[in-house]
Design a protein around this ligand. Structure first.
Ligand code: C5P
Length: 312
């Protein structure tokens, strides 16, 4: 009797979201150089679509990127999605003969974790393509190896992140939040922003998780006004030190009546909370008229984490 060898599927398409940090509380760096965080992530409707297609035996991995600022994304083994496919293949003991096609909808290098979303999508897609059936916590472990924001790309919705940002607890929320995002072509390097934070600001040795309690309560009530008032990003001063032009982007959003406007993650994307989708569009129009953004987007949150959208 011949042994059953699992046949890979022809292709799998997975969608994963970008994120905004509603709160980002940053402590003093640990011995490994990472900063302890207490953060509240929200997944938003700017998404990455990633398709894995089985290619002939021995062809290895190839990767192509299209969509929003695709030219800025590496298409070699340094791409997090490529590394994610390698990790799952090694874990399952299969040869990774696949083409990875990414359609970007999350601004590149903007502090919205687009690369992390690709990695999360690639983990889910590879597991599905090869029928790996890896348990969720195992995928989560691989995600944490790839980067601090990758586990949240798997989970989606709204969650509290601790540790490096990779230890997640889902947060209760009510209703949708409407966002406007102002992006810049010139990105900010996350390590450089953390270094500037250490130099100019400096985090406490102990973070107080209670700091985010008012924000959590506002999310539970679905009170967008209170959410806007409680938005917080400890990295913002460091991002503004490296990119002072972002201050005007925040001021214009506030002038357009945003409920709160902050730098997203390490920036340079600015996130403004709006009262409605129409209001988010009005904030985008104000940014465009003032010439304080290279591109603008609206989105809603929360949305789901990485999930299979088609498989054949
Ligand atoms: O984990 P990830 O590779 O995404 O992090 C990118 C960089 O961001 C790290 O090399 C580090 O400089 C910085 N970082 C940090 N503290 C965190 C997360 C990221 O200092 N909690």
């Amino acid at each position: 009797m011949s042994r059953l060898v699992p046949v890979p599927r022809p292709s799998v398409r997975v969608r994963a979201p970008g994120k905004v940090n509603l709160a980002l509380c940053v402590g003093a760096p640990r011995e490994d150089g990472y900063h302890p965080l207490v953060t509240i992530f929200q997944a938003v409707s700017l998404v990455e679509d990633l398709e894995l297609t089985t290619t002939p035996e021995g062809s290895g991995i190839s990767l192509a990127v299209s969509g929003l600022h695709a030219e800025a994304v590496p298409t070699d083994a340094t791409n997090l999605a490529w590394r994610a496919v390698e990790l799952v293949a090694a874990r399952l003991g299969v040869e990774p003969d696949v083409r990875i096609d990414i359609v970007k909808g999350v601004p590149v290098g903007g502090g919205m974790a687009g690369g992390s979303a690709d990695a999360a999508a690639a983990l889910v897609a590879a597991d599905h393509l090869w029928d790996g059936g890896l348990p969720r916590d195992e995928l989560h472990g691989l995600a944490a190896e790839l980067g601090s924001d990758v586990p949240f790309g798997l989970l989606g919705h709204t969650a509290v992140g601790t540790g490096r940002g990779h230890l997640l607890t889902p947060a209760m929320t009510r209703g949708d939040l409407h966002w406007a995002f102002a992006t810049r072509t010139r990105g900010l390097s996350t390590p450089a922003v953390f270094r500037a934070f250490d130099e100019h600001v400096g985090g406490p040795d102990e973070l107080a998780p209670d700091d985010v309690a008012p924000l959590m309560a506002a999310l539970r009530r679905g009170d967008a006004v209170a959410v806007g008032a409680a938005l917080r990003n400890d990295l913002q001063a460091a991002s503004l030190a490296l990119a002072p032009e972002l201050a005007e982007t925040i001021e214009v959003a506030e002038g357009a009546g945003s409920l709160g406007a902050i730098v997203s993650g390490s920036g340079p994307t600015v996130a403004a909370l709006a009262r409605s989708r129409q209001h988010a569009l009005a904030i985008c129009a104000a940014w465009t008229a003032a010439g304080v953004a290279d591109d603008v987007h609206t989105a809603t949150g929360p949305v789901a984490g990485a999930r299979v959208v088609t498989a054949v």
